[in-house]
Design a protein around this ligand. Structure first.
Ligand code: BJW
Length: 233
């Protein structure tokens, strides 16, 4: 790998949090027990059975306090602190392990478990406890709150900021994601089209593996710290 990169975009997925104890979506012990995530992570599923959906996300929000960032999150936080060029960590994950590791230049494109979205005014607010009792929105006090998760058919957050960063990136790194869900799965092609060097760090080849210049296979807790050491020289 060449060494003279300036602007980096890093995409992370469920695989980076797997070794912290959070299940991935499409693995053997995938989320939503028996249901394909594509069938249930939709606005329609929430309308059909809001209690089920709130209970599911309440349990996952509560589980956050039982897990810790792993060596891969720590390494990316170190890269964020020490990298002098531009850097943006775009996570598809709704956990808070990147920020708890200390990463600052990051965003959650698929929402956050510790955030709630008002069905009326659309404001986002921090939430630590449960939403099963449908508390009113702290902003408008009128409407109820739903999990602030981007479901299928909804627009991911901060797409413009991501596109801008991809346009400037000369290194794109994808970590722990299957490449099954768009638009994130298409970032490698956007980055490549604009000339970025593209590296994949994953347990298995992702669906878009052929688009990467380099694919390193193994657990994120080993691959990511080694990769960050290489970048920081
Ligand atoms: C390890 C590891 C270890 C394991 N170390 N690695 C037809 C064609 C193309 C697109 C579409 C289509 N039909 C519909 C669409 C669009 C749709 C889509 O992509 N559908 C697909 C099913 C085809 N997308 C959308 O609807 C999105 N919105 C949208 O497109 O809006 C329109 C638009 C956008 C932008 C511009 C213009 C228009 C919204 C997608 C929302 C996804 N939301 C979820 C939330 C789930 C709810 C919840 O959290 O409960 O986000 S789905 C779920 O998948 C979650 C994840 O962020 C996302 C990606 O999963 P991820 O992270 O890749 O996890 P896995 O499990 O799939 O993979 C884990 C990987 O880790 C594996 O590869 C393992 O090998 C690896 N691994 N252990 C390293 N220790």
């Amino acid at each position: 790998m060449k060494q003279d990169f300036e602007n980096i975009v890093i995409l992370t997925g469920a695989g980076i949090s797997a070794e912290s104890g959070l299940a991935t979506f499409r693995g053997a012990e995938g989320l939503w027990e028996g249901h394909r995530v594509e069938d249930v992570a939709t606005p329609g599923a929430f309308v059909a059975d809001p209690h089920l959906v709130q209970r599911f996300y309440d349990a996952r929000r509560a589980a956050l306090s039982t897990v810790e960032p792993n060596a891969a999150h720590d390494a990316l936080a170190r890269l964020d602190a020490e990298w002098r060029g531009e850097l943006l960590i775009v996570t598809q994950n709704v956990d808070d392990l990147h920020e708890r590791a200390g990463a600052k230049r990051m965003l959650h494109m698929h929402g956050e478990l510790r955030s709630a979205l008002c069905l009326g005014c659309g404001e986002r607010s921090r939430v630590e406890g449960d939403l099963i009792e449908f508390p009113p929105c702290p902003e408008c006090a009128q409407q109820m709150l739903r999990p602030d998760i981007v479901w299928f058919g909804e627009l991911p957050y901060e797409m413009e900021r991501i596109e801008q960063a991809l346009m400037r990136a000369d290194l794109f790194v994808s970590i722990g994601t299957s490449g099954a869900v768009y638009p994130a799965a298409g970032f490698v092609q956007s980055a490549k089209y604009r000339g970025a060097y593209c590296v994949e760090l994953n347990l298995d080849p992702s669906q878009g593996s052929i688009f990467f210049d380099e694919s390193r296979m193994g657990p994120a807790s080993e691959l990511v710290p080694a990769f960050v050491d290489e970048l920081l020289g």
